[in-house]
Design a protein around this ligand. Sequence first.
Ligand SMILES: *[C@@H]1O[C@H](CO)[C@@H](O)[C@H](O)[C@H]1NC(C)=O
Ligand SMILES: *[C@@H]1O[C@H](CO)[C@@H](O)[C@H](O)[C@H]1NC(C)=O
Ligand SMILES: *[C@@H]1O[C@H](CO)[C@@H](O)[C@H](O)[C@H]1NC(C)=O
Ligand SMILES: *[C@@H]1O[C@H](CO)[C@@H](O)[C@H](O)[C@H]1NC(C)=O
Ligand SMILES: *[C@@H]1O[C@H](CO)[C@@H](O)[C@H](O)[C@H]1NC(C)=O
Length: 946
Amino acid sequence: MVYQILEGSTVKSSFNKRIFIYFLGIVCPLLSLLILSTYNVMNICYNYPDLDNQLLSRWNREVDSLVKDFYLFDSNSLEDYIIEYNEKVPDPPKPSDKLCSAVIEAEKFDCLPRGLVTQDACTKKGCCYSESSGNVPSCFFPPAFQSYTYSSINRTEKELSAELTLKYNLFYPSVPPKVYLKAVFLTDSNLLVTVLPYPFPSMSEPYSTNGKTEESSGVTDNVLYDFVLDSNSTGFKVIRKSTKTAIFDSRDIGGFIYSNLFVQISAKIPCKHIYGLGEGRTDLPLSTNWTVRTLWNHDTVPTDGVNGYGSYPMYLCAEGNGLAHTVTFLNSFAIDFILQPGAITYRSVGPPLAIQFTLGPSPLQAVTQIANMYKSFMPPYWALGFHLCRFGYKSVEDIKRVWNSTRAAGIPYDTQWVDIDYMNNRNDFTIGENFTDLGKFVDMLHKNGMHFVPILDPGISGSEPKGKYPPYDRGMELDIFVKDSYGKKPLVGKVWNPVSTVFPDFTHPKVIPYWIEMLKSLYKNFEFDGIWLDMNEPSNFVNGSINGCPKNILEDPPYVPAVQGGKLKYHTLCMSAKHSLGPHYAVHNSYGVFEAVATNFALTQIRGGKRPLVITRASTFMAGTFAGHWTGDVISSWDDMAQSVKDIIQMSMYGVHLVGADICGFNGNTTVELCRRWQQLGAFYPFSRNHNTDDGIPQDPVSLNIVDSTKKALLLRYSLLPYLYTLFWQANNNGTPVIRPLFYLFPNDEASYRINSQFMWGDGLLISPVLKEGHTYVKAYLGNSIWYDMYTSAKIISNSSQIYALPAPEDTIPVHIRGGTILVMQEPNVTTTLTRQNPFHLKVALDGNNQAKGMLFWDDGDTNDGNYSTVYFGIINNTLMSCNDIRNYKIDRYINRIEIFSLNSVKQVTLNQKTNLQYNFNGTTNVLALENLKLDIQTDFNITWT
Ligand SMILES: *[C@@H]1O[C@H](CO)[C@@H](O)[C@H](O)[C@H]1NC(C)=O
Ligand SMILES: *[C@@H]1O[C@H](CO)[C@@H](O)[C@H](O)[C@H]1NC(C)=O
Ligand SMILES: *[C@@H]1O[C@H](CO)[C@@H](O)[C@H](O)[C@H]1NC(C)=O
Ligand SMILES: *[C@@H]1O[C@H](CO)[C@@H](O)[C@H](O)[C@H]1NC(C)=O
Ligand SMILES: *[C@@H]1O[C@H](CO)[C@@H](O)[C@H](O)[C@H]1NC(C)=O
C-alpha cells in the first residue's frame, strides 16, 4: 500500500533496481501488477448496476443490505418495542460515600441523562450524587456498577459469544432479563460486536451478526486486536495487540444499559484526536470537553451543537504513534454521543447495540477498511464539472441570461441547476408558467455538451383537485404514502406546497415504479440529467403532522436525545407514523438514503442506462453508494467557508466522496472578496456548485465581476479532472477516500492531526485555500515532504516543524503536487465534454529518490456499459514508463506534453531507447518539457533522459 508507508520525509517507493531490470525487458504485465499492488486494488472488477427488469429484485437486495448491514430496525409494530418482561430483579444497592468520592471527574458517567437530577432520584438508581459544574454530571455511576452479569461465555477462533443476565433494576421500560453478546472476528483488522435481547421477538439469533460469522475470513497470527471479557465486570475491552492499548474499554464504568428503547454504553478510549460523529457543524478534530453530538436528521441552518442533516455514528480515533482505528455504531435510531476527556458514551433510543471496529493500523487504512462495507458510486464525468444554481430564478429567460453571460465569459461550466422556482405552486412534477420553455432550454444545453439538474422534494401536495394531480392520485392508488399512526390514511404535513403535504414511503416496494412513473412524466417536459434531493430529512413545517401526533411511547420515549426543538417530531413526522419497514421512529434517519436509492434507480431507468447524478441533503451510511451530498444552507461568511473544509474531510470519512458546500454561501449576501476566494476553494470541492438563496444578491462569477480568478481556478480544475476521476474510481474500487486530511499522509507527525484548513486530493495534490479576509498568503503545514508549486514548479523541501507562508495573490489558490506523483492531466476547455476531446499531458513530480508514479482510469464517463481502460505510469532511473493494463475502452487521445520537475541537467532524451526527442530544459526552473509528443496513450512507451 502506498498510502500508509509515508512516514515523515521518507516517501518510500515500491520501485527498486532489481525490478527495474525487469522493466528494461518491457514486461508490462509485471509493471502493472507492481503498480496495481501499490494501489491496493483488491479486485479490478468494476460493475455498474445492471439495467434490466431485475430492478425490483436489486432494490430488495439494496434494502436488505441497508437493513442488515446497518441494523435498521425491521419491525412494523409498536408492540415489538415495548415488551413487558416479567422477571423481577432488585433495585441496585446505594453505593458507599467512599466509593463515590473516589470517582475522578473524567470518569463520571451520567446516570440520569437528560433527566431531572435530584439526589433522591439519583441514589434510588444506585448512583452517586455530588453537585458539579458545567456539563460534568452530578449523578454518576459508582465504579464497578453491574447492570448485567455474564452467565455463560464461549470462545472459538472466529467468535466469542456470551450470555448476560440482568442483575439490577435499570429503571427503563422493556429491559430484557437476558442479552446475548457476540464478537465476530471478521478479519485481522475488523471486529464486530453485537448485543441483542435474548431471545428477541421477530429477530432470530443469526440476525445478530447477519451471517457474518459464516462469511468472515477469520483471523490469522497477524490479528491486530484482542477481545477481552472479564467475567466479573459488565462490558468488554478491545485491545490493540501491538501496543497493548485498550482502544475501547467499557468494563466497570457503569454505563451499560440495555432496554428496547434505550441503549447506553460508555467506554474509555485512547484518542489523542477524534473525528466524525456527524453530520453537524463541528470542529475538526472534535472537542472532548463534555461535548454532546446528537445524530437525528434535521433541516436547520448548520449550527454548532445542533443536530444536522445526516447521521453517521462513526468515529476515527488517532491513538498516537501513527496508529488509528474506527468505531462504527451500526444503528439508525436517534443517538447522543458524549465525549468527555478520555471516554465516550453512546446512547441510542433503540436496539441493537452493534459496533464494528477497524484497526488500521494507519488512519487511512482504518478509514478504508470501514468504507469497504459499501461501494461508493462512480459519478458521471460531467458531474465533476462546475455547476451553477440559485434559488430565485424568475423564468427560463432569467436562467438564460446567467447562462449566456457565464458562457460568454469563458468560465468552465457544465451544469445548470434550478431550485423549486420551476414548479407550479412549488409542487413536485409540475412546471410553472414562466418555465414552460425549460425543455427547449435543456435541449440547447445538451447541444452544447452541458447538463441540467432540477430540485425535487419528497413531499407531494395533498390538496390538489381530484384528478388534476397524478403524483397524489397515483400515490393513493398504489398506497405508497407514509401512513399516520393509525395506519389507515396518509400522514399529512406541510412543506413547500400551498396547503398540505404527504410523504412517499421510500421503504415501500411499490415506491420504485411510482417514482419512475413520476420522474418519467417530468422528463417528458425537460430531459434532466440528475436529480437534487432537498428537504428529505424529512423536513416538515409543522411538528409531526397538521393534526399533531397521538400519545404513545414512541412519541414520548423514556429518553430523548438532545435534538433541536426538544422532541423527535420537531419539524419532521410523527414518530409513530407508519412506513412499510417500521415506524418513523426507526426509519427517520435513513429516509433520505431510501429516497436516494429510489431516485438513483429511476434515473438509471429513464436515462437509458446512463449513470445518474443524485445529490441528497439528508444522509446516513450507504448514501455514498447512491448519491453525493452538499452541506446545505450554509451562510455566506468567512467562517462558514472555513468550516466547509472540515465538513468535506469528515464526509469523506463516511464514504461520501462527491461532496461540496454551496460556493459563496447560501444564506445572506456574499462579498466580492469572499466569493472570489470561495470560487477558488470550491474549484477543489469534489462537488463544485455555486448556489444562492432567493433574497441574496446575485453571486454567479460574472455578476460579481470575479471572472478572471474564477476562470483560473476552474481551468486548473478541469485540467486535473483525469486525476480526480481516477480517484473516484479508486474510491469505488478500493474504498480509498478522494478527499483526505493531511494526517493520512503524515500519520506519525502529531502536528498533522490538527490541520483543518488544508486538504488533499488523493495523496498527490495539496490544496491550501485562503480562508481569511484580506490575506494574500496562506500559513500552511507541509509535513516532511517534497512539494512542487502547481503554477511555478518551484520545489519546497518541507519540514514538519515549520509553518510556510504560501503566496496567494488575489487570483490564486495555492496548490502543490507532492513529490512522487505523476499527474495525468488534460488541456482544459469550457465543458468537460470539450475537455475530454483534448490531449493529455503529464506533470511529473519526483520524490527524494527521483521516483514517481501515477495512473489513469478512463471510460466513456457516462454509461453503465462497464468498459474501461487503465494506464499506469512509473519512473525509475531517469526513465518514465507507461503500461496499459486494461484496454476495454478506446481512449483515442495523445499524450502531447510531459513536464518533469526538478532535474539538474539534461543532455539527451530518447523514446523507447531509439528515437531522440526534441526537448526543452529550463535551467532556471529545472523543468524538462517535452512538447508535441503525439504519444498514443494506449501504446506502452518509455522515455529516458540523461
Ligand atoms: C470546557 O468547557 C467549560 C465550559 O463548559 C470551560 O469552562 C472550560 O474552559 C473548557 N475546557 C477546555 C479545556 O476547553
Ligand atoms: C456455550 O456453549 C454451551 C455448550 O454448548 C451452551 O450450552 C451455551 O448456551 C453456550 N453459551 C452461549 C452464550 O452461546
Ligand atoms: C472475579 O472475582 C473473584 C471474586 O471476587 C476473584 O477471585 C477473581 O479473581 C475475579 N476475576 C477476575 C478475572 O478479575
Ligand atoms: C445569448 O447570447 C446570444 C449571442 O451570443 C444572443 O443571440 C441571445 O439573444 C442571448 N440570449 C439571452 C437570453 O440573453
Ligand atoms: C413570471 O414572470 C413575470 C415576469 O418576470 C413575473 O412578473 C411573474 O411574477 C412570474 N410568475 C411567477 C409565477 O413567478
